[in-house]
Write a protein that binds this ligand. Structure first.
Ligand code: GLA
Length: 680
């Protein structure tokens, strides 16, 4: 054989070999391990996504079995993977990591293919042996791996996708992605220098209760306030715009509010309804939990109140400053500032050293024209293990009133142990979600009825916020036990999965919202949040616009959960759009419901007092929505309507709803929020 021939033959053999290998691997495929992909695209409720380790950085271990490879995460968790139809099979062993065995976490794993559920693990707890996940993913373009909180809040939910891998169709690898843009962008125009009164149209108070209402007004200072038609018993401070006093008799009083500065004058009518109901529009304010959790102190609460005034948030209606858990002494904390006697000889609760003078704090907050809230549990312990109200309900209601509190959040937690006869020193909610025997509804209502009645006996109005995560369809009876609002779901986290699942869960209760009775899908997760580990909300800007729009459409209590001292321009802008807030504060008090879905686009409609409707085109999907929408009749519109973009505070156009289409461009996980008003 000559040299040339030899080398040609060698090349031909090599090529044939390569061809054989490639086509063979095309046929048999490959294994692509999940840990070979970029996991940083995942979003999760706590910590960072980990490769081959748990969320705390340990070797993954489920019920004693260790795993070298996989994805360690924490509920609520979501990882998106572009498969492009090139994978056949996804397999993994899933479970709660043993590193949390001192606690009671519960999670549920889901595999979604192109938005559809392909598999779920059912709820898993710590100590459960790993469950095999084997999912046929042939033809799937986008795969999502999700871990939810197992319906008991996302506490200690360390979740492992162990030995997770794909069998592919041919030689390939996959990219993870997060389709939502991260760039913050400002939509709300700055308030004008001329006065504008941003209050709701109604305000409720009970006869004989101290009255306090700070008129929210934007515009240059100094500002002078006046009012006509103020009933006797009330007086307005012309400089601060705070109305105080007392109304002796029930009745409806029509007041004209006026605000004047160097640039001009504004007027607005306010209907004061003195009767049985308070919180005729959803409460708006701040709560310490989502940022400070167990680190709250009187100083932090004072500073949050001061920021509410200094940043001008108060001029948009933000008003309550609410202390959550950890103002009381703790069961067994090592922190000296939480140690001490829980109660005095008469059974009166003693605030911890970080708080001390509760009346002084309440006076300070009232002095700013704001209101103040407090927190307790009907059980012996709060969710965080501080002293609860069980057995001392009367003393507690009286203390709150004596100190001057305006709002009580009353959180089920260890009450579950009381009714189930479980050890009362375990404050966690694991036992609380089910009742053993008995009349379940009566059991669920009892502690709230008790506190509700006691609050009503106090000589001041105290908003009663029920927190029991939606058990026993609380929206059907929360009002009857004196509740002003009630949580409908478990705790929120600053992840898209959490916000989305909570939002999707609101339909069941929507019809029950009305003035004085609000469904509460939990507090806002915008700004710097973190339950003691402060970080910027993990929600992307579009997700935050959607979150705030939905909570406004839902007529939800609006409670800012962030560190007020770290408010950035984006967050302030998000929280100060008066036209969006007006949707939340509308006097009719209806909650929006989802009237139509087009793929992942959910269209929510909320009827407003002036005969117009707010419409939220909410994109829950992974693709932008660009459509000519011509179903306005299906949403209940007819004739000519003026379309206004509420986030941009701009009229878009007038539309003949029977003939014309609306061009919609809705970002991924974003919103277009319009108000449509009938034109004559
Ligand atoms: C529960 C509630 C939270 C918060 C904590 C405090 O989890 O749902 O909103 O109040 O308790 O411990």
């Amino acid at each position: 054989m000559n040299k040339v021939y030899k080398s040609k033959l060698a090349r031909a053999i090599a090529l044939a070999f390569i061809f054989y290998i490639t086509s063979f691997s095309d046929l048999v495929g490959q294994t692509v391990w999940l840990d070979q992909l970029d996991l940083s695209a995942a979003t999760q409720g706590y910590g960072v996504p980990r490769k081959n380790k748990t969320v705390d950085g340990n070797v993954m271990k489920i019920a004693g079995q260790s795993y070298d490879r996989g994805f360690g995460t924490h509920a609520e968790s979501s990882l998106q993977i572009q498969l492009g139809g090139k994978a056949k099979l996804f397999t993994a062993w899933v479970g709660v990591d043993d590193e949390m065995k001192e606690h009671q976490p519960a999670v549920e794993f889901f595999v979604l293919g192109d938005g559809k559920k392909l598999w779920s693990s059912a709820v898993m707890r710590v100590g459960d042996i790993a469950r095999p996940c084997t999912v046929d993913v042939a033809g799937v373009n986008k795969l999502e791996l999700v871990v939810t909180d197992g319906s008991n809040g996302n506490y200690y939910d360390h979740a492992d996708w162990a030995d997770a891998k794909f069998e592919t169709l041919g030689a390939t690898t996959f990219a993870t992605f997060n389709p939502v843009s991260s760039e913050p962008y400002i939509l709300t125009p700055k308030p004008s220098a001329t006065p504008k009164i941003n209050s709701a149209s109604v305000f409720g108070v009970r006869p004989g209760s101290p009255f306090q209402f700070r008129i929210p007004v934007t515009g240059d200072r100094p500002m002078n306030f006046s009012a006509s038609g103020l009933p006797s018993g009330l007086k307005l401070n012309g400089t601060t715009g705070v109305i105080t006093g007392k109304l002796a008799k029930a009745g409806t009083y029509l007041v004209k509010l006026r605000a004047k500065n160097a640039k001009g004058i504004a007027e607005k009518s306010l209907k004061i309804i003195c009767g049985d109901q308070i919180a005729l529009t959803p409460p708006m304010g701040w709560n310490s939990w989502n940022c400070f959790a167990g680190e709250v102190s009187a100083e932090k609460v004072k500073r949050a109140a001061e920021v509410m005034v200094k940043t001008g948030l108060v001029n948009h209606g933000w008003n309550y400053v609410n202390i959550d858990d950890f103002w009381q002494n703790h069961r067994d904390s090592k922190d000296p500032s939480l140690q001490g006697k829980m109660r005095d000889e008469a059974g009166n609760i003693i605030p911890n050293k970080r708080f001390g003078d509760m009346k002084g704090l309440a006076d300070y907050v009232h002095g700013l024209g704001l209101k103040i809230g407090i927190y307790s549990s009907p059980g012996p312990w709060t969710c965080g293990g501080c002293a609860g109200s069980y057995g001392y309900e009367k003393q507690d209601a009286e203390s709150y009133a004596k100190w001057g509190f305006d709002y009580l959040k009353y959180d089920w937690c260890s009450y579950g142990n009381v009714i189930n006869g479980l050890p009362q020193n375990d404050p966690y909610k694991v036992s609380s979600l089910s009742y053993q025997g008995g009349n379940q509804l009566a059991t669920a209502m009892k502690p709230f009825q008790l506190m509700g009645d006691l609050l009503r006996k106090q000589p001041r109005d105290i908003v009663f916020s029920l927190c029991q995560y939606g058990m026993s369809d609380v929206w059907k009876w929360g009002g009857s036990v004196g509740g002003t609002s009630w949580r409908t779901t478990n705790d929120i986290t600053d992840t898209w999965t959490s916000v989305k699942n909570i939002a999707l869960d609101q339909e069941k209760s929507a019809a029950f919202a009305k003035p004085g009775n609000w469904n509460d899908p939990d507090m806002l997760v915008v700004g710097t949040v973190g339950w003691g580990n402060p970080h910027p909300s993990k929600l992307k800007p579009d997700e935050q616009y959607l979150h705030f729009s939905l909570w406004s459409l839902f007529s939800a209590p609006l409670l800012i959960g962030c560190d007020m001292e770290k408010l950035d321009d984006f967050t302030i802008n998000l929280l100060t759009n008066d036209e969006v807030i007006a949707v939340n504060q509308d006097g009719l008090g209806k909650q929006a419901s989802c009237v139509q879905t087009i793929g992942d686009l959910r269209i929510y409609v909320k009827d407003l007092e002036d005969g117009s409707k707010a419409v939220g085109f909410c994109n829950f999907g992974l693709e932008k929505v660009n459509i000519a929408y011509n179903d306005l009749n299906k949403l209940g519109f007819s004739g000519k309507q003026r379309v206004r973009d509420l986030w941009r505070q701009k009229d878009i156009r007038d539309i003949s709803t029977d003939k014309e289409a609306l061009d919609l461009n809705v970002p991924v996980h974003g919103v277009v929020l319009y108000k449509l008003s009938p034109l004559r």
